[in-house]
Design a protein. Sequence first.
Length: 374
Amino acid sequence: MQLFSFLSILLTAISVKARPVERGVFDSVGVLDDVLLLDAPAFPDPANSANTVIGLQAFVSLRQIDLGALTTGVEAALKTIGLDIGDKLSNVQERIRLFGAIGLSGKNVKVDVGGCSQLASLTTSGLPDLGMALQNVSVGTCGGAKQFTAQVTTSGLDSRTFNATVFPSPNSGFGVISDIDDTVKVSNVLDKVALAKSTLLDDPVPVTGMPELYASLAKSLNSPQFIYVSGSPFQLYPFLNSFIDTTYSASKGPILLQNLTLTNVQELLDFANSNGILEYKLAMIDRIHGMYPNKKFVAIGDSTQKDPETYGEAFRKFGGDFISCSWIRRVDGANNTDARFAEAFQGVPANKFRTFTDADIPGLQNINVAAGEC
Ligand SMILES: *[C@@H]1O[C@H](CO)[C@@H](O)[C@H](O)[C@H]1NC(C)=O
Ligand SMILES: *[C@@H]1O[C@H](CO)[C@@H](O)[C@H](O)[C@H]1NC(C)=O
Ligand SMILES: *[C@@H]1O[C@H](CO)[C@@H](O)[C@H](O)[C@H]1NC(C)=O
Ligand SMILES: *[C@@H]1O[C@H](CO)[C@@H](O)[C@H](O)[C@H]1NC(C)=O
């Protein structure tokens, strides 16, 4: 509900400026377009494990965005809840930019993935995911590097570079599925004003001890695939990605966000509703299971929204060989009752999940997750 209020503020501020622009089908990316290429997970092709498949995602929009009107609207909306932009104008503009972006359908995005034998090609959708492309693309054989750089092929006239990191991982070993807001980053999801402030104005702050914990998991689990699954809208991707890249540099990984568009108010309403987040996150865990059915995952989240319910349901669906362990941060002000966790983790053995307070964070490093402890 709090998130809904927050988003409705944004939505009101922006009004419905984001009108769909339909252009010629299968247009390639040109100088009038902007491309957001997201970091992506890669997995061995189930049909031929010598080949690599990437779950590649891109968003193509019109290059010009009227940041002035957008900023004025957001500034006014923030004032109504008592927040002043002050000297944070550049933060605000960077973070709201994509909320004003006008997605373009039928755009063909060609991506060259360093070290792989085939080019990838994606086509953006029409409504309701206007401008978004999310496809599994086969890129042939790739070298054994730990990461690949994917770069959008632009026309000769265009000197811009759009790139992202591809994280390949085998269908074995460990992975970490992690929430972002109030799990690795202080977001104050339970407080509308504080959430708006941490999301739009302030420099991001990690939950104390979590970067060190993730760095320790990166070692003890032998370079697990980190995948961040958050209910936030994809428009916040540049902000969240730069936060993870810098603050969680030892545990970088793709970030899966909701593909909400401002032309689809219903989707925004669904996002606001926590059950929508639960369904979305379960769908993302399904997707991850499809990519890595034989990996063991540690699922890390918090008690503000539906992470306990999501991870409990994922355990019941895929079993303890896949959801090996769930850790839930107890956030002050959230429902941290035994009754809630008992219900969420019904059917999950007590040694397969734990809740933790901030004081417990340093001690989590001593749990031998690789040996099956949780
Ligand atoms: C966007 O989200 C909707 C609803 O969750 C889903 O059906 C659709 O496949 C998604 N599209 C993309 C491109 O992610
Ligand atoms: C990605 O593109 C930026 C320019 O936008 C460039 O500075 C950077 O070196 C590129 N990264 C890689 C790994 O190619
Ligand atoms: C990509 O393939 C995996 C494995 O089959 C599947 O789980 C996932 O849903 C697919 N993703 C998309 C976007 O089609
Ligand atoms: C906490 O969750 C439990 C289980 O869902 C529920 O019965 C209880 O009413 C909730 N308490 C609060 C204060 O929301």
